[in-house]
Design a protein. Structure first.
Length: 458
């Protein structure tokens, strides 16, 4: 049978108008923003690929669900619906809502990390590592080496390297490792998946060493899609089944619902152990809100419950990742260096190879993101040395192997034509790459500096 290309499994009911700015307007806007795309006003942006977080388009069912919000302070109907949905689709019994993912990371880190502990993970994420450090822990990267190599074609660059994990246990002892945090579809590695084979092995390792297995499930459905495509024994399984299996072999989950689950705000901490749940409930009232809303409105919990059911639909996820691949393949055909394999939520440009004349301490990826905005009004994000921040003890810059610009595709928002324009813009910037100058800080915040830092051209 001939294979047919996919189309979006939805049609458009409402649109938001956007407009193209002039080169002069963009020049002024990016200068005012200190060459940091986070500091641009959204109305000055044409195609917004800053992030896939909280920017997805909700369905008519989600919007209808918003009207059924039960805004009681305690025991909202929508909380119970959300908790049941999480148990049905993700397996976790107890849910503590939070205002977004980092709220869950905060509570989890406070619950489980003591001063001097080590927390291994499959590559760092900015807010995750910061909360671990603020709780007195030290993050240790145990991802496979291939994850740090933008051109490796390893199908599961999110996998954990057990030699690294065992070396850590030998050095510090399992008693000082409260948990390992594994992300599905590792963001900083380029949206790269972990395999179920690796996860099952990790489950046994955690049981053997009495270490908890925490799942950053922010992009679990996208990870499940890659498992279905690349792991032979799962090719007949549905995304829903694979997502459930991933979740059910982990102990605790942190979730930023703003990504996979397609809501504009929200997150949760979920688990199976009633004693841990009690601890989490005691903390959520201090930092987020009562344990049945935790910083979310009733209507948002309803939209989240519906978003979860939509996120594991096979047609949805095929089109979602398909759109990312469509953009990535256009860039590959034009010879633009990108991280391969193409990730689940974004295409990552390799700024090291695009701008070899800019040393890493002059922030090539930051400069490239600013240049792309200037070219066309397409907003992207730096994921390199600026995002990596400084070592908490030496104060030196972390110098990651990956110096990337992320073109992040919001879910159900843009069309293939927007992807075409984006690809053309990147190609045009690449043609004049040698004109792009490096940057230096004019303001450097102490933590999570990438959000608010300001720069000037060198
Ligand atoms: O932005 P939050 O607080 O809802 O979630 C934090 C967070 C945790 N884990 C992972 C893997 C993330 O990607 C994440 C947030 N990511 C953002 C905002 C992004 O633009 O990728």
């Amino acid at each position: 049978m001939a294979t047919r290309s996919w189309a979006e499994p939805y049609k458009i009911k409402a649109v938001e108008l956007i407009k193209l700015t002039t080169p002069e307007q963009r020049k002024e806007a990016i200068r005012e923003a200190g060459y940091n795309t986070f500091l641009l006003r959204s109305e000055d942006v044409y195609i917004d690929l800053l992030t896939d977080s909280g920017v997805g388009a909700m369905s008519d069912r989600q919007w209808a669900g918003m009207m059924t919000g039960d805004e009681a302070y305690a025991g909202s109907r929508n909380f119970y619906r959300m908790q049941e949905t999480i148990e049905t689709y993700y397996s976790y019994k107890y849910t503590v809502p939070t205002h977004q993912g980092r709220g869950a990371e905060h509570i989890l880190s406070k619950m489980l990390i003591s001063d001097g502990d080590y927390v291994p993970g499959n590559m760092y994420f900015t807010t995750t590592r910061l909360h671990q450090e603020l709780a007195g822990g030290t993050f240790v990267d145990v991802i496979v080496d291939e994850a740090h190599d933008p051109v490796s074609d390893h199908p599961f660059k999110g996998n954990v390297d057990f030699a690294k994990l065992n070396a850590l246990v030998e050095k510090v002892g399992a008693d000082h490792i409260p948990y390992i945090c594994v992300a599905t579809c590792v963001n900083m590695a380029g949206g790269q998946p972990i395999s179920l084979a690796n996860l099952h092995e990790l489950r046994s390792w955690c049981d053997q060493h009495k270490v908890l297995l925490v799942h950053d499930m922010t992009r679990v459905a996208e990870n499940a899609y890659f498992i279905q495509q690349r792991e032979e024994q799962y090719k007949e399984k549905s995304i829903r089944e694979i997502v459930f299996e991933i979740c059910s072999i982990t102990d605790i989950a942190t979730m930023s619902s703003k990504k996979d689950a397609m809501v504009n705000i929200g997150g949760f901490l979920a688990m199976n152990d009633p004693a841990l749940y009690e601890q989490a409930c005691a903390l959520v009232v201090v930092y987020e809100g009562l344990h049945t809303y935790g910083g979310m409105a009733g209507r948002d919990m309803e939209a989240l419950a519906i978003g979860i059911t939509e996120s594991v639909d096979d047609d949805h996820i095929r089109a979602r990742v398909g759109q990312v691949e469509y953009l990535g393949e256009q860039l590959q055909r034009a010879g633009i260096p990108i991280v391969t394999p193409i990730g689940g939520h974004a295409v990552f440009l390799d700024a090291r190879r695009l701008l070899p004349h800019i040393p890493q301490d002059r922030f090539p990826a930051q400069a490239l993101a600013a240049a792309l905005y200037l070219e066309s009004g397409v907003r992207s994000m730096e994921r390199g040395v600026v995002s990596a921040g400084r070592d908490k003890t030496t104060g030196e810059n972390h110098m990651p192997e990956l110096e990337l610009v992320r073109l992040t595709i919001p879910r159900r928002v843009y069309t293939q034509a927007h992807m075409d324009v984006t690809a053309e813009s990147v190609i045009q910037v690449a043609e004049r790459a040698e004109e792009i100058q490096g940057l230096r800080f004019t303001y450097e915040p102490e933590v999570l500096r990438f959000f608010q830092a300001r720069f000037e051209p060198v």
